[in-house]
Design a protein around this ligand. Sequence first.
Ligand SMILES: Nc1ncnc2c1ncn2[C@@H]1O[C@H](COP(=O)(O)OP(=O)(O)O)[C@@H](O)[C@H]1O
Ligand SMILES: [Mg+2]
Length: 227
Amino acid sequence: MVKIVTVSSSKGGAGKTTTTICLADYWARMGNRVGLIDTDPNKSLSRWFQKGRENGFFEGIEFRQELQDKQIIETAKQLSKTCDILLIDVAGIASISLLKAAGIADLVIIPAQPNEDDFLEAANTAAIVKEAMELTGRSIPYRTVITRGKQNTSVLRHMVNQLKRMNYPVFDTIIHDRTIYPQARFNGNTPVSLEPSGSAALEIENLAEEIVAQLVADHEKKQSQAA
Ligand SMILES: Nc1ncnc2c1ncn2[C@@H]1O[C@H](COP(=O)(O)OP(=O)(O)O)[C@@H](O)[C@H]1O
Ligand SMILES: [Mg+2]
C-alpha cells in the first residue's frame, strides 16, 4: 500500500525541498517506485528535478508539479496508483494546499533549522496538521527533522535537549550543514547519487530508515486497533 509523506514547514529555507528530493532519490535508488509532487509556487523542486533528469539522474521517480490546491488530492491519488511511496513538498505558508497535503498524509515531516524562529514556525505547522486531523477525523503523525545542524555546537545540543524535554516529536537523525547539499543541487542530483558512501548520504539513509520504521509502526498500530 502506498505511503504518503508530506514535507512542510511554514518557514521558507527550512530545508523542505532538500529533504524531500534526497529522500526521493534514496528510496528510488533502493528500488522503490517513488512519486514526487511539487506544490510550492517557487517551483524549486521542479527546477531541481528537471535539471537532474536532463543530467541522467532520478530514474524511478515519477514527478508532478501541482500548483493548484484544487488538484492536489486528485494528483496524489493518480500517482498513488503506480507508487510505493509518495512525497509532497508543500509551500511554507498556512494554506489550503497544506491542509489537503497533511489531510491525506501518513506522516508529515517538518524540517527546522536549530534556531528559535524555525522552531516557532515548526510548531505553527504542527498546529495546522492538528487542524487537518480535526477536519479528517484521522490521526496524522508529524515529526520534525533538524536540518543544517552545525556539528558539535552547543546550539544544536541545546535544541535537541529542549525538544526532547518538551516531548515534541523529533527524529534522532540530524541533517547537518554540509556543502555537498547545495553542491549536489547545482549538479541536479543529491548527495545520495553524488557521493553514495559519504556522510550526507548516510544521514539521509538513517532518516529514511527512521521514517519507514515509523510508517510500519503506525500501520501495525492501526491494524491492531481495527482487529
Ligand atoms: N543540510 C544542508 N547543508 C547545507 N545547506 C543546505 C542544507 N539544506 C539546505 N541547504 C540550503 O539552504 C537553502 C534552503 O534549502 P531548501 O531545501 O531550498 O529549503 P526550503 O525548501 O524549506 O525553502 C538552500 O540554499 C539549500 O541549498
Ligand atoms: Mg522549497
